[in-house]
Ligand binder design. Sequence first.
Ligand code: MOS
Length: 749
Amino acid sequence: MHRTEDPVGRDTPRIDGPRKVTGLAQYTSDFRFPGMLYAVPVEATISNGKLLKLDTTVAEKMPGVRAILHRANIGRIFRSTFGPGFEGVCNERRPPFEDDVIRYYGQYIALAVADTFEAAKAAADAVRATYAREKPNVETHLEADDDPEIVLTTYGPVERLQSQRGNVEQALASAPIKLDQTYVTPAETHKPLEVHATTAIWEGLNLTLYESSQGVVNLRGVLAQMFGLPKENVRVITQFVGSGFGSKLWPWTQCPLAAAAARQLGKPVKLVLSRKMMFHAVGHRPLTQQRVRLGATRDGKLVSLQHDYVYHTSMLDPYHEDCGEATAFQYSVPNLRVTFGRAKRNVGAGADMRGPGRVPGLYATESAMNELADQLKIDPVKLRILNEPKIDESKGIPFSSRHLVECFELGAQKFGWSRRSPAVGSMKRDGLTLGWGMAGCSWIAARFPAAASVQLRDDGTARVATATQDIGTGTYTILAQLVSQKTGVPLEKIEVALGDTALPEGPVSGGSMATGSVVPAVFAAADSAISSLLTVAATTPGSPFENRKPDDLAFQNGRIIVKGDGTAEGEPFADLLRRANLRLVSGSGKSEATFGNPKPKFSTQSFGCHFVEVTWQPEIARLRVSRVVTVMDAGRIINPLAGRNQIVGGVVMGIGMALLEHTTYDPQNGAPINSNLADYIVAVNADTPPIEVHFLDYPDKEINELGARGIGEIGLAGVAPAITAAVHHATGVRVRELPVKIEDLLTPT
Ligand code: MOS
């Protein structure tokens, strides 16, 4: 399975795998501390109104109960605000218990703290609340609220007229072929295996948080603000994350609740959410409603594209589901307009969910492209190639590296697309009707700022440290591969430290940008450690290099050699360090951010496509995804084994998005009605067909010297529209509201 001699580019099993399968890996809720107490939140059972009264008398007297905390007795919790970079990001700004207004179902109204989890849960259940109820608004039809032209979002102010060129009205009016359709994606809720958890410990004015987090550095900054502390006083530790899919990118209100309880009671406090609570106050992908209007010539050239979308938000928080992110550059089109609006609902704050914005956005625009292809009777692959842009037309700048046409061609070839007969229901196999569909996709590539340190030690080992996280995607392994690549130290001799704000500040595990961000920092840190080593070599008495200048020396495969002295063996760095009585040399390095650069020279994106086969049995209304071929143009792949794993995971999630996932809010009380894993259905192994993943290998040197872009999210983008196109091909039913339901297919249109 080794593809190269180099550690980078080689299929590499997770270095943390043995710790996970033997149970040695400690997730947030695995940590125990002397005297630790357990906290269970009390949730509002209305979604709109006012909390009039809390009766805690019974709960307080229950055995093992230490406190029932609420607005009147929890102590001060401040708000947080934006800081520089990604220091102050938070999806729900209102601190818990700040006022008595209930704005969504499951909002925390009290916190039971007890000696055991069971006692805390019983006490939480015994708290009685009296409300003034108002009718909740969880209406799924969205009309945009009357918002100003520039709105504040989680990441800052954004213009609602997102992109514009040419004249769409005129172009559409005179286009010989027109399409005007609205696509709907439901609210979806993140379902990481590991639920959100916090353990908070105070020592004087120092707060330590064990938290399941995709971004420890930002979380430290937000929590420092919420408790009025210098951020040096807060430490956040996240050694392992049982995934997050975006729900753990930014802090949620259970975290300050645990910290406030620990402050009040002077003991460590652990708070672990239930699966049901995971549907309420830790984010979801908002419901979107997207109108797409296309104008084209009879031979399939796009002349006009309008994408107007609306999504729901919570009452207070401006999370922006950026469905238009890719619209303005995915295809070449002279006339274009992208706008958005928002509709407030009595739901918890929205949040990034794997492929935020672009995934639902591409579902709409790629679906429209597939419908246009059918309308024109042009092959959907050909239609896309016909509209391939030469540059990023939204910014008028070149792409750093775009090989989408090659993705389409390779995908078509591997899938056998040329054998497709386009008529609905015309393809059969083993008594089943086949449907074939495809779609393209893209995802942003950029770097967050990052710092790292690397040590080379006298026992021949190395250590790399950066305060990023491994959310199950393979960051531990990638960091070790990077160090091994630079130093020649084998993987098993490399210690990786991450997930701790005591380490050099690392990036969030988000936007599929962690890997791309850490490459320059780790390489620079390794170079700086090596340069110290060469100085040691040249200055240590008795060293074989004693009278050389450091510049005459080089480091190769773990050894110091004299430059140009090709035959010499050199000396292993461990020997040199021992001779000098040094335990270690260390170096540090930084990556500069490219994300958010207002004047980029290149448009940096990953691209890809999916070809999907479904089987349809009309007799029993059974629909299955039976085969997927995916091609990704994602730059250099550092660990193809983990990379394929990410893409396959994305495709499986895409099957869920297309056919299964939706969060449904009860119109009577506003509760997510399917708030458990029996009723909120995700795709599992039994739903997963053979998935073939191919990577094009075009390094993108705009991102880092290896040319590695991100692959965490793009695998999900484009899957749903490929599936709905295949469903149409098999059944003749055009589903424009996800997920595809069996009842949709029983009544052909
Ligand atoms: Mo991803 S939604 O940036 O965790």
